[in-house]
Ligand binder design. Structure first.
Ligand code: GLN
Length: 432
């Protein structure tokens, strides 16, 4: 039935870039016969999964939505893909994204934009716009994205689904084409908290071949059963500055949601974060430098084309500025300062989280723009101000639908302490 939906809707939505129909059906039949024989099946048995185009899957075109890798075929499975297969998840195909995950709208894909299924004519957000749209349009049960500065939470917010960025190191990045390796995490999209927990239970956990993978990771098993009264007695931090930078209509929706949390027994604690103005410059400086370094392998010899010859403007901007900053580094003028600012941001948000269970607020400060509307670079980057903090600090953060403004979904962001990922899912299950 998912394949039918994809056939019907994908031409206009463009969530999937490649589908392997026969393989998917074969995988499903194999699980069916296992069940018939009474054999044990995995946690994801029968569930259909979409995978972002920057995560390696053997024999699929893994392009990161760039012409650079137009003809690159995955030669191995990322650790997360192996784990999904081990649990009998059915991989349907590869989803669209911004080129190399550098964006917030999925408009920079070499294979054309993705349309927001919840609000036709608008962007789905990005960079994992295809993965969010695929779940929102009911083309699959679950999908994976990557989140470097918001790329899971931002499209989850705009498409009205759930998206989760784990604590840095909880999910292996092995097989992910990196945007900025000190910030990147893979995470799931789902319609509900149970789906998020199930996928995290599948993909999280130590991976001996990934050097930033953590030894001890949270347990995501059986979360939804325990969550009925999750909000009772929960201390919920509300940061004034996160509301000051957001659209009034978004603020109203989020405030209504917070009132509902109070009714369900949560205690609201008002907080203040001093470094909101530092977040975007710090994030983009680090992103440019790490991305520049990551792209040096795309020199046209081993993988596809030389990136500078074929990439889009945003990717080129990051390569040029990243190269410039790296050359100037001996003077310690930019990158070193960005690392200092990152420490400051991490310390401040961790301090605030010390006094509460979770921090809640808007995921994205503005509503998604119309497809074809042209935004300048700073307007584009302004989408990210509330999501980059979690990546800079390495903390877990999720987005779930809080309500709608004129039919456009608005996401509630929930951020937690490092390794307190499960608590965020409890809160989401309590809010469903
Ligand atoms: N929009 C942010 C950027 O362009 C975040 C992207 C991401 O998380 N991959 O870098």
């Amino acid at each position: 039935s998912f394949l039918k939906t994809i056939k019907k809707k994908n031409n206009s939505i463009n969530a999937f870039l490649e589908i392997k129909e026969d393989e998917a059906i074969q995988a499903a039949e194999k699980i069916d016969s296992k069940i018939e024989k009474g054999a044990e099946v995995g946690k994801l048995a029968g569930l259909a999964v979409g995978i972002k185009s920057n995560i390696n899957i053997e024999d699929f075109k893994i392009t990161a939505a760039s012409k650079t890798l137009e003809n690159y075929i995955g030669s191995y499975n990322a650790t997360v893909v192996n784990r999904i297969k081990e649990q009998d998840g059915i991989i349907l195909g590869v989803t669209n994204m911004d080129e190399f995950a550098a964006g917030s709208s999925t408009e920079t894909s070499y294979f054309g934009y993705t349309e927001n299924p919840a609000v036709p004519g608008r962007i789905p957000g990005g960079s994992s716009g295809g993965s969010a749209a695929a779940v929102a349009a009911e083309m699959c049960d679950l999908s994976l994205g990557s989140d470097t500065g918001g790329s899971i939470r931002n499209p989850a917010s705009h498409c009205g689904v759930m998206g989760f960025k784990p604590t840095y190191g909880v999910v292996s990045r092995q097989g992910l084409l990196d945007l900025a390796m000190s910030l990147d995490q893979i995470g799931p999209f789902a319609q509900d908290a149970g789906g998020i927990a199930l996928m995290l239970d599948t993909i999280a956990g130590y991976d001996p071949i990934e050097c930033t993978s953590l030894k001890d990771t949270p347990d995501f098993g059986g979360i939804t059963e325990k969550s009925q009264d999750a909000l009772k007695g929960m201390k919920v931090g509300v940061v004034k500055e996160f509301f000051d930078v957001s659209d009034d209509k978004i603020v109203n929706i989020i405030e209504e949601r917070i009132d509902k949390m109070t009714e369900a027994g949560a205690e609201v604690v008002e907080l203040s974060f001093d470094y909101i103005d530092l977040c975007l410059p710090t994030y983009y400086l680090i992103n440019y430098v790490e991305f520049f370094s990551a792209t040096r392998k795309y020199d046209g010899r081993k993988y596809g084309y030389r990136i500078e010859d074929v990439c889009g403007d945003e990717v080129l901007r990051r390569i040029h500025i990243g190269s410039y900053i790296s050359q100037k580094e001996y003077s310690g003028k930019y990158y070193k300062k960005a690392l200092q600012a990152r420490s400051l941001i991490r310390r401040e948000i961790t301090k605030l989280l010390g006094g509460v269970d979770v921090i809640v607020g808007p995921t994205v400060p503005k509503l998604p723009h119309k497809l074809g509307e042209s935004l300048d670079t700073m307007e584009m980057y302004a989408y990210d101000v509330l999501t980059v903090i979690a990546n800079l600090a390495g903390i877990p953060a999720a987005s779930m639908k809080a309500g709608e403004v004129d039919g456009i979904p608005v996401g509630l962001q929930i951020q937690g302490k490092p390794l307190d990922d499960a608590k965020i899912i409890h809160a989401m299950a309590g809010l469903e």
